[in-house]
Design a protein around this ligand. Structure first.
Ligand SMILES: *Cc1c(COP(=O)(O)O)cnc(C)c1O
Length: 421
């Protein structure tokens, strides 16, 4: 569910008509709904009611500080995957003891940064990383709280580029090696083992892979406790999928996911952490764009938009579907026509949809890509020297630019010409 609906024939973000935003900041632009962000956070928080828990928003999904602040105000922790994300979370006012640091390639500088600023835990992904954290923490005279990410060898049944829980993926340590690695961790100075971490992938549309992974984690918890480890925390990752097409069957709800967590690991007396990203931000954002041309090709019609693959890479990268709807509501019983929806970038991959049935549109019309809030703005680039597009946050009838569009001078002045040239 989201808060982007037609009101009096015009698509609105909560109570703000999208044409107003387009007139003020231009297109393309990302527009987020506060009510949707808050609703989705609360769904997870309530789904874990009764268990000690912390919902750590996976901020790589959408990391604008205004979004982080919105969620932190409700009590959210953050899952960060880089020194930059750590700095952003702290700048947005997130308490360091609610920050979980994940990622397979944490550098020495990132580890020092987090140990200096403070954190809830590192989710460690390898033995060399464990050794490096131990050395740095011991040098600093502190103890680093860690969980170890186990790879449960479970097929998440999602797109190959976002599956992370099979043995062929680079993530975590094989669950079969867990006892040995926990024993090593316990013997290292500077390391305080606090729990177990798992994350099997993104955009999961069934509960069965979560269930398989969480049952393995429950079993491992008992085994490691038997070995003398103090397993207090289970970080169960993110990954719950969202409906990208309104016509699709819906993925499981957070309440069902929460019930599964209670059933599989609820008896262990552990504090539960989850790291949802997409489900919190995905349907809370749209990409607003304008039709530049309607071009008649051979046997096809192209809808050429001012948004491109550099603004929203998901269709090119993951073959992702986004519903694309006109901002002005089409009349009941309108004709539909098929378009190849494309952007202006010089790549054939700059295609958002092929043969998409849509109401008839004309140059100048506004369209909205639904469910573009997660892995949208954060994955954008300035390819073709197209400025990063602005982000706008709506709350009720208020809206504000939370990242402005840079002008060309700002972009090109970042280059510097060597004096010998
Ligand atoms: C990407 C990621 C998440 C968030 O995944 P979503 O599918 O957006 O919920 C959580 N944890 C880790 C470790 C991740 O890499």
């Amino acid at each position: 569910m989201d808060h982007f609906d037609y009101k009096n024939g015009v698509l609105c973000a909560e109570d703000v008509p999208l044409p107003e935003i387009a007139a003020e900041v231009g297109t393309p632009a990302y527009v987020y709904s506060t009510a949707t962000l808050e609703r989705h956070y609360r769904l997870f928080d309530e789904a874990l009611d009764g268990l000690p828990h912390l919902v750590c928003y996976a901020m790589k999904a959408a990391s604008n500080q205004a979004i982080l602040k919105t969620l932190a105000a409700l009590g959210a922790g953050m899952d960060v995957v880089s020194g930059g994300e750590y700095a952003r979370a702290v700048a947005a006012g997130v308490a360091p003891d609610k920050i979980v640091f994940a990622g397979v390639g944490k550098t020495e500088a990132e580890i020092r940064q987090a140990l200096t600023g403070g954190l809830r835990q590192f989710n460690v992904e390898s033995e060399p990383e464990l050794q490096l954290i131990s050395r740095i923490a011991a040098e600093m005279g502190v103890s680093a709280p860690v969980t170890i990410r186990v790879n449960p060898d479970v097929d998440a049944k999602t797109h190959a580029k976002i599956a992370t829980g099979k043995s062929e993926n680079k993530f975590g340590i094989p669950i079969s090696k867990a006892r040995a690695v926990y024993a090593e961790a316990a013997a290292l100075p500077g390391i305080e083992v606090v729990g177990i971490d798992v994350h099997i992938g993104s955009q999961l549309t069934e509960l069965a892979p979560f269930e398989a992974a969480y049952r393995k984690v429950a079993e491992l918890t008992e085994t490691l406790r038997g070995d003398g480890h103090d397993i207090q925390r289970l970080d169960l990752g993110g990954g719950l999928g969202i409906p990208y097409a309104r016509s699709n069957s819906a993925p499981p709800l957070p309440t069902e996911y929460g019930a599964l967590i209670k059933e599989t690991v609820g008896h262990l007396g552990c504090e539960i952490e989850i790291e949802p990203g997409r489900l919190i931000a995905g349907n809370a954002g749209i990409l607003l764009s304008r039709v530049i041309y309607v071009k008649e090709g051979e046997g096809r019609r192209f809808l050429i938009l001012d948004a491109a693959m550099n603004d929203l890479i998901r269709p090119a990268m993951y073959d992702a579907w986004h519903d694309i709807v006109p901002v002005i509501e089409p009349a009941a019983g309108h004709e539909r026509t098929e378009y190849d929806v494309v952007g202006p970038v010089c790549e054939s991959g700059d295609t958002f949809a092929k043969g998409r049935a849509m109401p008839e549109l004309q140059a100048g019309d506004l369209v909205a890509f639904r469910s573009a809030g997660a892995y949208g703005a954060v994955m954008s680039s300035e390819y073709n020297t197209r400025p990063l597009i602005p982000e706008i946050l709506v709350k009720g009838d208020h809206h504000a630019v939370i990242r402005a569009r840079p002008n060309f001078d700002e972009i090109i002045s970042r280059d510097s010409i060597p004096e010998w040239l």
